[in-house]
Design a protein around this ligand. Sequence first.
Ligand code: 5GP
Ligand code: ZN
Length: 114
Amino acid sequence: MTDCLFCKIIKKEIPSEILFQDETITVFKDINPAAPVHLLVIPNKHIPSVRGMDESDEIILGKLFSGAKAAAEKMGIAETGYRLIINNGPDAHQEISHIHMHLLGGGNMMHPMG
Ligand code: 5GP
Ligand code: ZN
């Protein structure tokens, strides 16, 4: 997708703080952090949302979890804990139509969610 912000970040057409990138996923810092650690873990393939995925994307999306796990270790929050959030659609305030997993941590978070 040529007009997708996150596709441009993946291709480094827009600057961002990329922590990790391989052939399948990219991990970078959220520009407007909602927690001391706030990363976005995204597939390099343009998949708009969970609704927009198909079965052939299951392996790619599974790798988001491996990427989040490694990033949490790297950021030193694996033991203290973190939240993984994927907003989908208007009620969840999904603003960027390229599926992304928020990794939030580095401090105690609000409970319950909602
Ligand atoms: P959503 O609300 O779609 O789940 O989350 C989109 C996230 O992308 C937000 O947390 C927002 O701060 C982040 N974001 C939006 N534009 C940019 C950008 O240009 N660079 C980076 N690094 N993050 C962005
Ligand atoms: Zn995209």
